[in-house]
Each structure stands twice: as structure tokens, then as C-alpha cells.
Design a protein around this ligand. Structure first.
Ligand code: WQD
Length: 343
């Protein structure tokens, strides 16, 4: 089985990707410093797969420690790099923490990969690189704009690093996946999103409100130029997103990537915040307590993906509906409450 190193593999998208990699016949190996993930994710992965996945507690900015992993795990065939901080608001307050970690870890990883002749990389990028797009849906040719947060800027800089590396003639072959809004959880409810503290993202805030951890959801603004006045996003089930990483690794290991490729990974559909709330209520039968509040600074009014390229080149399309994703998010939240009450 071909070994694939998954940095941030105990995290939200990382853990779901580890499961899909193993089920697709790969041998995933996790690197995680557990700064934004929990060891319980490893137990959840093991429960789903019926086997433990090797995990190294390593910080990806630490090239020395990463070298030890590459020495220990001979013949790594490819790397999927998730390890990064991703809280937009925190990045505004602590930009250096974000530049050091998100940019520093990619540079260190690329250096170590080259030393060990590992030349296949899937990079976790984000639709945030598009800023506020002029035209919708966004394609991979939509101009990348000035980021509206240090977090978004780190994603933009990392993409530029990969472009410069490709232009230098270095052997590296990379695929950058530009995620839209990942939501939901594995159908087993053994792994899912574990936001630290008060969630900034919509769906975990919805599920925590529905289960009684939070008082009420505030919808950030209802005066946008959209059908119901609330922002539009492309909500993609995290399991679909995980499967996109397997398809990207397949393409790299088949030698089909010439240096660097970008793909939007979304559903291709845009939904407003109120539609997302309605989908949650329909999927779960739970009435949500929410109110309309002021806009949130920095929010992009509308963005959703044109997924033609991923469909035609990667042969990848999402399969889950918004309601299915919401139902899986709720099942996960309920399982968390049960495990907490049992503890
Ligand atoms: C979605 C919509 C909010 C919370 C961020 C990052 C992005 C990616 C996903 C990593 C917006 C509204 C939210 C709430 C609300 N992360 N909302 N009430 O901001 O689209 O994207 O997370 O890659 O890079 O920027 O996601 O879930 O925070 O917001 O009304 O309590 O829900 O205004 O319209 P966002 P989000």
C-alpha cells in the first residue's frame, strides 16, 4: 500500500481524508501537533477503520522533527498538507502566529520532501483567495484578490510559493484544492468538527445552539443583494471534500500533474444563511433559535464555485445534499453530548 503523509491528519478535514485514503487502499500516516485537534479523533478514525493509523506528534514548522518522520517512514509516496491555523478573526489579532505557522510549515515541509525525493503534494487552499469576486460562480481563472485577512493572505502566499517552485523547475508536482465551506461529519458520527471555544463558523454554531450549548444563532446581516438578504456560500460535505483529496493523490501518483494545478472543491450551488438554517431544521426536525443581527466585518457577500474543472479533469463531483450534510453535523453534535454526559 502506498504511504501518504497527512499533516494535520487529526483535524477536521484531515481526519475525514485519512479515513477515505485508507478505504481507497492507501496507507495514511498522520502528523499533527494537536494545537487545534484532539487525540479523540485518532480513536474515532480507528473505530471507523477497525485499525490504528500511525501518528507522529510533530509541529510542521519543525524541519528536524519532520526529517525524523521521513527517515522512520521510508518510501512516502505523497503528502497532503492540512496543518494550518484557520480562524479568520484570530489571524487579524495575531498575524505573526499565522504567517509563522501557515507559511513556515509549508516551506519546511517542501524542503524536507525534496531531501527525501518525495515530489507529490496536495495543498489545502481556500476560496478565500478569491476575495469578493466580481463574477459568479468563480472558476479557477477568477482573479485571486488581495486577501481580507492574514489567514486568507497565508493561503495566497502558499499558492504563490508553489507557483514559484514550479517555475524554478524543481521536481515538485502539486495540486492546490480551493475549498469552499466544509460542513458536516462522517456518517458514523465517530469523527467531526471540534471547534475550540465559541465557534466562528455557521454550522457548528447552529448545532451547538440546537443542542443547547449556545443561546441563539445570530444571522450576520440581512441587507445583502441576495434573494433573502443573507450571505451566499457553497457548503460542501466534508466527506465529499475528503474524497476530492484521494482523487487528487491518484492523479499525482499516476504522474498526470505537470508541476501545479488548482481546483475548486465545492458543490457548485450557492445557498443563503437562511436557506442553510432551513435545511438544518428540515433535516433534523429541530426548530432553531436565531435572530437577524448586523453584518460581520470582512464577510464576502456571495461566493460559490464553478466546479467544471474538477468534474472534467479530476472526474470529481460532490454527492451529498445540504440537508444530508446538516443531518450529519447534527448526528455528530448529539454524539458529542452523549459522550460528554457519559464521561
Ligand atoms: C458562513 C456564513 C457568515 C456564523 C470561513 C473562512 C474560510 C473557510 C470557512 C477555512 C457567512 C454567516 C456565520 C454565525 C452567521 N475556512 N454566519 N452567523 O466566513 O464563509 O468562511 O470558514 O478554510 O476560509 O473564511 O464561514 O461559517 O464563518 O460563515 O450568520 O454565527 O454564515 O456571515 O455568511 P466563512 P462561516
Amino acid at each position: 500500500m502506498k504511504k501518504i503523509l497527512v499533516t494535520g491528519g487529526a483535524g477536521y478535514i484531515g481526519s475525514h481524508t485519512v479515513v477515505e485514503l485508507q478505504e481507497a487502499g492507501y496507507a495514511p500516516i498522520i502528523i499533527d501537533n494537536f494545537s487545534n485537534s484532539e487525540e479523540s479523533a485518532l480513536e474515532g478514525i480507528a473505530a471507523i477503520l477497525g485499525k490504528e493509523i500511525p501518528c507522529y506528534r510533530v509541529d510542521c514548522t519543525d524541519a528536524v522533527a519532520m526529517r525524523q518522520v521521513f527517515e522512520q517512514e521510508q518510501d512516502i509516496q505523497g503528502v497532503i498538507h492540512f496543518a494550518a491555523y484557520k480562524a479568520v478573526g484570530e489571524s487579524v489579532a495575531e498575524p505573526l502566529k499565522y504567517y509563522h505557522n501557515n507559511v513556515g510549515s509549508l516551506v519546511a515541509l517542501l524542503q524536507v520532501m525534496s531531501e527525501f525525493n518525495v515530489y507529490n503534494l496536495v495543498f489545502s487552499s481556500s476560496c478565500t483567495v478569491y476575495g469578493i469576486p466580481d463574477k459568479l460562480p468563480v472558476t479557477e481563472q477568477t482573479p485571486v484578490q488581495k486577501a481580507n485577512s492574514p489567514y486568507g493572505n497565508t493561503k495566497k502566499i502558499c499558492e504563490e510559493i508553489l507557483s514559484d517552485l514550479a517555475a524554478s523547475g524543481a521536481e515538485m508536482n502539486s495540486i492546490a484544492l480551493r475549498y469552499f465551506n466544509p460542513i458536516g461529519a462522517h456518517p458514523s458520527a465517530r469523527i467531526g468538527e471540534l471547534p475550540l471555544g465559541v465557534p466562528s463558523n455557521l454550522v457548528p454554531f447552529i448545532t451547538q445552539t440546537a443542542i443547547g450549548i449556545r443561546e441563539q444563532v445570530t444571522v450576520f446581516g440581512s441587507d445583502y443583494d441576495t434573494p433573502d438578504g443573507t450571505c451566499i456560500r457553497d457548503y460542501v460535505h466534508v466527506v465529499d471534500l475528503a474524497k476530492a483529496h484521494v482523487v487528487a493523490i491518484d492523479r499525482l501518483l499516476e504522474g498526470k500533474v505537470d508541476k501545479l494545478e488548482f481546483y475548486n472543491v465545492g458543490t457548485g450551488n450557492g445557498n443563503t444563511v437562511l436557506e442553510a438554517i432551513q435545511a438544518f431544521e428540515l433535516a433534523t426536525g429541530v426548530k432553531l433559535n436565531y435572530k437577524i443581527g448586523p453584518r460581520r466585518a470582512g464577510d464576502v457577500p456571495k461566493i460559490y464555485a464553478d466546479v467544471t474543472k474538477a468534474t472534467e479533469v479530476l472526474g470529481f463531483k460532490t454527492t451529498s445534499t445540504l440537508e444530508e450534510a446538516m443531518a450529519s453535523a447534527w448526528k455528530w453534535q448529539v454524539s458529542l453530548k452523549e459522550s460528554t454526559t457519559e464521561a
